[in-house]
Design a protein around this ligand. Sequence first.
Ligand SMILES: [Cu+2]
Length: 357
Amino acid sequence: MNIRIKEIALVFGLVILAGCQNVSDNNDDDVANVEKDVPAVHDGMAADSQNLAQFAIGPKGEYETEDFDALKFLTAWNFSNLPQEERAKFYKETALPDATLLREYWFNVEEVTIEVAPGVFYPAWSYNGQVPGPTIRATEGDTIKIHFKNNSTKPHTAHFHGYHSAKMDGTGGDAEDKIMNPGESRIYEFKAEPFGSHVYHCHSYPVSQHISKGLYGAYIVDPKFDTRPKAAKELVMVMNGFDTDFDGENDFYAVNTKAFAYNYQPIHVKQGELVRIHLSNMLEFDTINSFHLHANFFDRYIAGTKLTPDAFTDTISMGQGERSILDVRFREKGMYMFHSHVSELAELGWAGMFVVE
Ligand SMILES: [Cu+2]
């Protein structure tokens, strides 16, 4: 981490602390307005210096573009974020005789510049122009058919976690499993199974480069017979990061790409309702990532592949490629932080806020 990045980390770290001071007031603009709330100096020099420092440095800058709507991404799957006419170009459902669905997706690999922190732009490789890529969602037993086109300048694939044949692996390992050169197209087809909260990503080589550049997304398979409590709200969170100076280390971290996205725009939920988070870790370069929720506990379903929880906790750690479903009911109204409990990652962008109403 270079000195400039450390300075940004300090500023963002203070943003988090400043955000904590506003729990009593649920105005979305609070975090951006903390500089107005500098406290008066009281007795006790050291404590006041600390307070002043934490309040005097507020968030620096605003996002310059609206290239990716991190709030919409939370609840968008199967291209549901697009207007119907546009959506039909990328997603199609067909009922099959066995009462399952054929779900077809059109995936284009494109090179795009994305804003990963206010004023910080990153040359990404993307599925359909966005990082993370579009969330795929099906019911166990459905058929997934991906119409894959490489519209970029490097060879790419799509490798889905879940059951599939070797020729659909997206790794080039099978004679029929071709890595797609620039301009080439192919189809990936497989049954949606097992149920769980999975991921997909490019498996072209070096994989570390193709993942760190942004080629990944969430792939959710709902159980055919679901005995879990029904969720009132479901949220897709992909933990990621960006090496903006290309030194093999991440400089910014996030859930869903934009550093502090949910500090700028907190996630609104209702007291007592069941909120289900599909959490995955697609962070390259760092060996561990984590999720911590303040003042509440959640049921954790590892990989979402069972109908009974594996743990009841407020903090989990996951390596790259791991997933969990987190079921939480917020007990009290107010503003609650969530962030990586790897503190450095939180200070560099992987932090956000829930507003419980
Ligand atoms: Cu790739």
